[in-house]
Design a protein around this ligand. Structure first.
Ligand SMILES: C[S@@+](CC[C@H](N)C(=O)[O-])C[C@H]1O[C@@H](n2cnc3c(N)ncnc32)[C@H](O)[C@@H]1O
Length: 215
């Protein structure tokens, strides 16, 4: 069954985008870390500390993109993180340099930051779009954890089928890091995630934003 393009009543960038992003940028978020996220982080930390390079596949779902990234970067440890045990249980066979962990990203990113890891790459492939305007705070760039995400470094790539999400994300990068991040079209001839495959098969336009967080 074809999937639906996110439906929103927003006509463009959210009117409260700038104030929301800047408010979070100027404060630090102190919500307690959940125990299960901390255990997940502790389980992977020894391996991560020994790795010569680290890649995070954020919201990895079933981990198909984690496997893909691990094959592309055989010298790096690729960690797929998702909160859904159900999705993680359906992972394909992973290369030796890939691991999947179940954690909440809003905790995991803060733990990674506190541990001082620096990423080579950070994949944000098809985050939940949260298209209703009242859900701005659930989009990653509207969430109080956004500054922690940006602090992890590396080449960050967002992919989405919701153009407004991509444009808001790029705007949030400009506001916080004064970097120009372009929203470009993505041709998914060889999809690397189930959502990418589903959206491409349904004829959706796909968008990507790439930022170098080390510059
Ligand atoms: C739309 S799916 C995309 C999955 C995968 N990247 C793909 O393209 O097939 C979004 C994923 O993000 C995960 N997710 C959403 N919020 C999360 C959070 N706070 N912590 C961890 N995972 C989260 C969901 O469980 C889901 O698997």
């Amino acid at each position: 069954m074809p999937s639906r393009i996110p439906v929103t009543s927003q006509r463009g960038l959210h009117p409260r985008l700038d104030q929301t992003v800047l408010r979070h940028w100027r404060t630090s978020w102190r919500q307690p870390i959940r125990d299960h996220s901390r255990r997940a982080f502790d389980s992977i930390e020894p391996l991560a500390t020994r790795a010569c390079a680290l890649i995070l596949d954020t919201g990895c779902g079933v981990g198909e993109s984690t496997a893909h990234l691990a094959r592309l970067h055989p010298d790096a440890l690729v960690i797929g993180v998702d909160k859904s045990a159900h999705r993680l249980a359906r992972s394909p066979k992973l290369p030796d340099n890939a691991r999947l962990v179940r954690a909440d990203l809003t905790d995991f990113w803060r733990l990674v930051r506190a541990a001082g890891w620096r990423l080579r790459e950070h994949a944000l492939y098809y985050p939940n779009p949260w298209p209703k305007p009242e859900h701005l705070g659930r989009r990653w760039h509207g969430h109080p954890v956004f500054p922690d995400l940006l602090a992890l470094g590396g080449r960050l790539e967002l992919r989405t089928n919701f153009e407004i999400y991509a444009r808001e994300f790029a705007r949030a990068i400009a506001l916080t890091l004064s970097q120009h991040a372009e929203v470009v079209s993505l041709r998914a001839d060889n999809p690397v995630t189930p959502f990418e495959r589903k959206y491409a098969a349904s004829g959706h336009d796909l968008y990507r934003v790439i930022v170098n967080l080390d510059s």
